[in-house]
Every structure is written in structure tokens, then in C-alpha cells.
Design a protein around this ligand. Sequence first.
Ligand SMILES: [Zn+2]
Length: 318
Amino acid sequence: MTDMLPPIELHAPDISRWKDGGAGVDWVHAFDSGRTGPKVMVQALTHGNEICGAIALDWLLVSGFGPPRGTLTLAFANVEAYARFDPADPFPSRLIDEDYNRVWSDETLFGPRDSLELRRARALRPFVDAADFLFDMHSMSEACRPLMVCGTVEKNVAYARDLGVPGDLLVDTGHPAGKRMVDRGGFGDPASPKRALLIECGQHWERAAADVAIDALVRFLGLTGAADAAWVAANTRLPLPPVQRLVRVTEPVVAKSADFRFLVPTVGLSVIPKAGTPIAQDGDHVWTTPYDDAVLVMPGTRNLKPGGTAVRLGRFED
Ligand SMILES: [Zn+2]
């Protein structure tokens, strides 16, 4: 089955002028205010075809912003994959060898394995480990409201509530395929003062995703103390949602066969009211919802192989 491509409403910015950011590693910009304060890191292009984050960092760099206190590191991560972004075939440029956001355990980073993404993660690891506050900007393959992935720990949920955006928050149990950057070290340790958030700004190429990315980036810099309130007020561009609701992931749906297909629309955060509702045909297996009001978390079959996660299921907590 050939899927229709979603519309490509965003333009991937030319970031070539941002290659040398003075940090000693290409595509990393390091600002030091010379004053004590938070150590903040913001990353875009963890996945090469998630261009809203690149738009947001490009916007911030063009603005000439520098932190009034502490340090700020801005990183374009998987630039090699981004260079392959093709609006006519936009899905493959997510990654080159492997998922850059599944390699963040010490075992993997300091292990013998090699890949383009691992080399990049090894280069960026010192910046990630030095940060007190980490913000990772993403987008999603299917239609979905913006969603904050708070990792696995409640402290990051609380931090997302302090941030105030977006309206939907997610806490999970990590990814079985490998550790994410936001779960690494102190970021995933409940006792550490470090905080990390990963925002999914909407569908990859919908116009609104760029505004979501910029608005959330501005608010994040304000919350960490890396930006002053007046700058934040002047640069936010979306209203705060009236409430923030938390989805807690309970389980993944892992494809058993090569012919997995959904029996329900693949709209992220949609709610299936009744337990036992068939949601996917997987060879001769039918997946059903295990409880009432199951939430579909980032459903999708792009590049899905047996053993891959087709969707995760969760519940709204309130
Ligand atoms: Zn992503």
C-alpha cells in the first residue's frame, strides 16, 4: 500500500551559515554570558526530517539572542540526515544508519559499535552531560496535537507544567530500543536537579509546528532563567492552553508481522472509548484495546518492521 504524502507546508531552512558556532564541534553554538546561571542546551534535528526545530534554532540565531546569565548551547544534531531531506520523499531523511535518539546509554556511547549517528552523539555527549536543562525539539509522522514527552520521571512532568505548554503531556517507561537523550544521566534521575523535556510540535511539515517550536523554545529559555521575562513576553506567539493533561503510557503495541495495519485512524492522542475494540490487524493477530478510553500515542506504520513499535497505549490521568 502506498501512503499519500502529507502536505509539506514548511520550508527546510538553509543552515549552512551555522556550521561554525565556535564550540569546537560543527553545528554547535555555545554562548557564555560570563555570569553565573543555568547551563541550558537546546537541540534540533535529532531526527533529520523534523524541520520545525531547525526553523526555531535558525530563528533564535538570526535574532542575535544571547543569554543574560549562565550558558546556552544550541545544537543541530543529525545534520547529515537533514542534508538529505527531500520534500518529494520526506520520510527517509529521519536518520541515516540508526535512530540518534536511542544511543544515549553509556554502554552504547562508550561501546565498540559505530554508526554515523553514534559518532554524532559521541561528539555532542559532553555538551549534553554538562547541561542542567535540556530541550529537544521534534515532530511526528502522523497528525497529532503538540505533545511534551517528559521522559520517565515525574520531575520533568512538573517542569512541563511550570512551562505551561503544550496542552498534552506524556510520561512513559523509556524506549526498549535504546536510551533517549532526555533519559540520560541526571535527566532521568528523580533525585537530580537536572531537567529535560522533549517536545513533539505536531505533524512534521504542518505550518503550525514551526510556531509551536518557537513558542515553546522561548518559554523554555524563560523558565530556565536563560532569558528575561520581557524578552519572553515579546517573543511568545501562542496562547497558553487552558489546561495541561497528562497521558501515562502503559504498554507498546509491537508488530508481530510484516503486514501490520491499523483498523482505526492513525491520529495521535485519539481515544478509543471501549476496551476490546480492534485497533490493528497484524497477520492473523488482531490487536484490541486493553481498557476503556485507551489513548493512541504516536501511532504509525512508516518504516514499521516486525519487532517495531506501531503505537503505544496510555491513559489520561485526569
Ligand atoms: Zn523525532
